[in-house]
Design a protein around this ligand. Structure first.
Ligand code: MLT
Length: 407
């Protein structure tokens, strides 16, 4: 008898963004004449930077000629891209990361889920609340939690991110083994200072814990005092794995390219307490289960680091930050308190009411899609997340509609 993975039955609801898509689809089917503006899922709208497109065309032409055609590439990514990442994203910021510590992949969503394979079943996991739902749901699927009750899974240690702590959670009161952190944060848009990250690194060192640091939104940081990578913090090389993506940095949500950094010095421990390096394990996992990102896409990603690519991606991110500023000023005029939108594409708005009801109100009365904060965890109740990813025209129209509906 084939047994099913019964942990799936513990999942509380469908994946947040599928649930939103379902509600929007139902609304649109009932109101086909209404124009819906999507400020929900953080999906980019603007075309790829010209430098990436040029690189993509060249690479496609290479694939069309026998002499330059390429079949399977290295599973970990081509050296040209790993080198560009290590030099530009890390060494240029004083972080000691080598090219062979970078693993190119097709997305951070998959990597943050797949990395769990390297850890024992019974580890204590600390997860912020609110949080990107993938971290929680994939741990549920893997059987690392108990059942859900009152919106929380037994066995997880939740780190409350609230107005009081500026949405940067305090260190856990009990020992934990694995810690998920994301800054600039999805969904709150909050950022962490060097001192705050250093406290987490010290905690991980003292407890032989591991930090999974999601830095998918680092390109939105404009404040020069804020760290872009956890590896800018001394000692982090030994206790942290970092996830990065070209999705939001350079508009690759449809083309897929990301990377995970596993330093050679980062360790996990056997039952007896012997240290085991995670780099060879992740390399083994990656080479066994993944066949690499396509050559043209890796060339397009490499172009992000060319002088033109840097200027174009910076302009692209500035464009979305311009949308974020518009959303912030509109919501402030309407009397709402919020965080994010300054070094982040997400604006986390305190609506003081049930999140899903507020979401429905904005969908039905303004035809504007947002993301209900409660979908990110119990502490998200009373908030909505507005994404700055859309055209300027659509954001302007959406803000006019909010002014009418929320005045
Ligand atoms: C979000 O809206 O939270 C993100 O777009 C989801 C993702 O990157 O997978």
């Amino acid at each position: 008898m084939i047994r099913v993975n019964e942990h799936y039955a513990k999942l509380q609801s469908s994946y947040l963004f599928s649930e939103i898509a379902k509600r929007v689809k139902t609304y649109q089917a009932e109101h086909p004449a209404k124009k819906v503006i999507r400020l929900g899922i953080g999906d980019v709208t603007e075309p790829l930077p010209a430098a990436c497109i040029a690189a993509l065309h060249t690479a496609v032409d290479e694939m069309a000629a026998r002499a330059s055609f390429r079949g399977y590439g290295p599973e970990q990514g081509y050296d040209f891209l790993r080198q560009a990442i290590a030099q530009n994203d890390y060494q240029a910021r004083g972080a000691q990361i080598d090219a062979d510590e970078v693993f190119v992949s097709d997305g951070s969503k998959c990597d943050t889920a797949n990395i769990q394979e390297l850890f024992a079943d019974k580890v204590t996991i600390a997860i912020p609340d609110p949080v990107y739902p993938v971290y929680v749901d994939t741990n549920v699927m893997a059987g690392r939690t108990g059942k859900a009750g009152k919106g929380r899974y037994k066995g997880l240690v939740y780190l409350d991110s609230t107005i009081e702590n500026g949405f940067v959670p305090a260190l856990p009161e009990q020992p934990v083994d694995l810690i998920y952190l994301c800054f600039p944060n999805n969904p709150t848009g909050a950022t962490a200072t060097r001192e705050q990250l250093a406290a987490w690194v010290r905690y991980a060192q003292a407890n032989k814990a591991l930090i999974l640091f999601d830095a998918a939104y680092e390109a939105f940081i404009r404040d020069p005092a804020l760290p872009h990578s956890i590896y800018e913090i001394e000692g982090a090389r030994d206790v942290a794995i970092e996830f990065r993506s070209f999705s939001k940095t350079a508009g690759f949500t449809g083309t897929r390219c990301a990377f995970t950094v596993v330093p050679k010095s980062v360790m996990a421990y056997t039952k007896k307490g012997e240290a085991v390096a995670l780099h060879p394990l992740w390399n083994r996992r990656h080479t066994t289960k993944f066949n690499g990102v396509s050559y043209p896409i890796q060339r397009a990603a490499e172009a992000v680091y060319s002088p033109e690519g840097k200027a174009q991606t910076c302009a692209l991110v500035d464009f979305y930050l311009g949308n974020a500023a518009l959303i912030r000023s509109t919501l402030a005029d309407l009397g709402f308190a919020m965080t994010g939108g300054e070094n982040s594409p997400y604006i986390w708005v305190n609506v003081g009411k049930d999140s899903w009801k507020f979401f429905d109100k904005l969908l039905k009365r303004a035809q504007v899609v947002t993301t209900p904060g409660a979908g990110f965890g119990r502490c998200g109740q009373g908030f909505i997340r507005i994404s700055a990813f859309n055209s300027r025209e659509n954001v302007e129209e959406a803000m006019q509609r909010l002014r009418k509906v929320l005045k």
